[in-house]
Design a protein around this ligand. Structure first.
Ligand code: ADP
Length: 268
């Protein structure tokens, strides 16, 4: 695949293989140009999110998936810089609690779906239930295999209810992950971010890539498509996600509710 034409989205029904995507792709842009464009998108997002909030009929969920250090937190910081907190819900999905495990795997996800008018950001999501759960063998194969269809049905339910999903896979290379992990190991301000599982998970790199290939391929639907975001360059990753969220909101084109002009006569 040429580096000047890397798609962000693969049509539904086609195989997605992460090995075909260059994690360092950046359209030939430089950092300054990308950051300037990202700021413009964030400025536009503020107004669009405000209109969505005022309209209060639909919602958006930005789903962020990716292996450890892929930049989920940084992406959230970028989006939150552009959108008023009253319009935003950020939800991080950790290993399920005993209560969550006593329910079906989508129970906690459905509960976190934003109310109409809001933008939700999912830091990890129900995709952990077909990726980490598969790689770490936390449930039998027949259980996680059935989940692709269950996820597609769940996302269709959301789409039919006016919830638009913007699913972003933050794609970094194995080499870039090594550098980021090394940075975390050495930087006292970042060491706390490292858990015992992070280095073990890296030894299962190929298994994670395979699990993501399958999740991205099998859950890449018309109603909830996946985007493979090149994320080795943090500034390019931010640009791509900002563009996507802006485009999504522009297509929704939220409207302020109609104004009742009788109110004009009521102010003494
Ligand atoms: P993060 O890495 O997202 O900053 P943590 O270090 O707390 O946050 O990691 C959260 C962990 O929870 C990850 O290892 C992730 O794979 C795990 N996790 C999330 N959802 C599930 C799930 N459904 N089943 C098992 N583990 C999960």
């Amino acid at each position: 695949m040429g580096s000047s034409d890397q798609p962000l989205h693969v049509p539904a029904g086609r195989d997605i293989r992460l090995a075909d995507f260059d994690a360092d792709y950046h359209e030939g842009l430089d950092r300054d140009a990308a950051e300037a464009e990202t700021r413009r998108h964030c400025d536009a997002l503020d107004e669009l999110a405000y209109r969505l909030f005022a309209e209060a009929k639909r919602a958006v969920i930005v789903v962020l998936q990716g292996i450890d250090t892929s930049g989920k937190d940084g992406t959230i910081r970028m989006l939150a810089g552009g959108i008023s907190p009253q319009c935003l819900d950020v939800k991080s999905f950790k290993a399920p609690s005993a209560l969550e495990l006593a329910h079906d795997f989508l129970w906690r996800v459905h509960a976190a779906v934003p109310a109409h008018g809001r933008i939700g950001i999912f830091n990890r999501s129900h995709y952990e239930d077909v990726v980490v759960v598969r790689v770490r063998k936390l449930v039998p194969k027949e259980v996680w295999k059935a989940r692709y269809d269950q996820i597609n049905a769940f996302e269709k339910l959301l789409a039919d209810g006016g919830i638009t999903l913007v699913k972003c896979f933050l794609h970094i290379s194995k080499k870039e992950q090594r550098e980021r992990l090394e940075d975390r190991l050495r930087d006292p301000k970042k060491q706390w971010k490292l858990g015992p599982d992070d280095l073990t998970d890296r030894t299962r790199w190929d298994d994670f890539q395979q699990a993501y290939d399958d999740a991205l391929t099998l859950c890449n639907t018309e109603h909830a498509p996946w985007h493979v975001v090149p994320a080795d360059k943090k500034w390019y990753r931010n640009l791509v996600v900002a563009r996507l969220v802006r485009k999504t909101l522009e297509q929704l084109d939220p409207r302020f509710p109609p104004f009742d002009s009788r109110l004009l006569t009521k102010l003494d």
